[in-house]
Ligand binder design. Structure first.
Ligand code: SAM
Length: 216
């Protein structure tokens, strides 16, 4: 992880879960649609941040969760939230074992120029028949210059942002040996709109998130 991204997330970590973030609201709704994937599953999340997705996986019946992230500040929040989960500080490609039933990459690839090594790391960690679930900023947001940005006190953080087309993510999945690759474009859904006033105010009706599901 670059120094800039690490410093940004370290600063953001204490407030991250409390802020109204339109992308997180939409990604959460998509994750909820996949709750059944987590039952009795071993789950790996690359770029787990504060552990909010892994907490959902555990609530949905996961038997083991592992998170990798490059921000000590984000991981400190995650460890407090899920004291018995395993968290590894390091790059997204850090080897953490294999045989996982589900690998998650959620709102992370925006910070990565070349997605292929990250998607390959997730694919390599899956058991045969396991699923990769990715959620990412929709490339249509390019026109709106959306990217991770937030304010801590007087400091405005605007992190470098790489938007990825669905086809680029799908190609990387196939190159990593995954099959049954499905790409879905999302506009804000009613659950997300009810949770995020910002989503409703800024993005109602617009393409906001791309979801990719693939099987090993
Ligand atoms: C927007 S947050 C998403 C966190 C979580 N997946 C979620 O959905 O709430 C992005 C996370 O990716 C991590 N990250 C970004 N680039 C990274 C890299 N190259 N190596 C390790 N972690 C990285 C950041 O530290 C941050 O915690």
């Amino acid at each position: 992880v670059s120094d800039e991204v690490r410093a940004g997330y370290d600063a953001w970590a204490p407030d991250y879960d409390a802020l109204d973030n339109p992308l997180i609201a939409q990604a959460t709704a998509v994750l909820e649609d996949h709750a059944a994937l987590f039952e009795t599953a071993r789950v790996l999340e690359l770029g787990c941040g504060t552990g909010r997705n892994l907490a959902f996986a555990l609530l949905s019946g996961a038997r083991e969760v592992v998170g990798v992230d490059g921000s000590p500040g984000m991981l400190a929040v995650a460890k407090k939230r899920l004291p018995r989960a395993r968290f590894v500080e390091g790059p997204l490609t850090t080897p953490v074992g294999d045989g996982f039933d589900v690998a998650l990459i959620c709102l992370v690839l925006e910070h990565v120029e070349d997605v292929r090594p990250v998607i390959r790391a997730a694919a390599d960690a899956l058991a045969p028949g396991g699923h990769l679930l990715m959620m990412e900023l929709h490339a249509a947001l390019r026109a709106k210059q959306v990217g991770a940005n937030f304010r801590v006190g007087d400091v405005e953080y605007r992190l470098p942002s790489f938007l990825h087309e669905g086809v680029e993510l799908a190609d990387a999945c196939r190159a990593a040996g995954l099959r049954e690759v499905e790409v879905r474009d999302h506009r804000p859904d009613p659950r997300a709109l009810s949770r995020s006033p910002k989503l409703a105010a800024r993005y109602a009706g617009q393409l906001i998130l791309v979801e990719v599901v693939a099987t090993k």
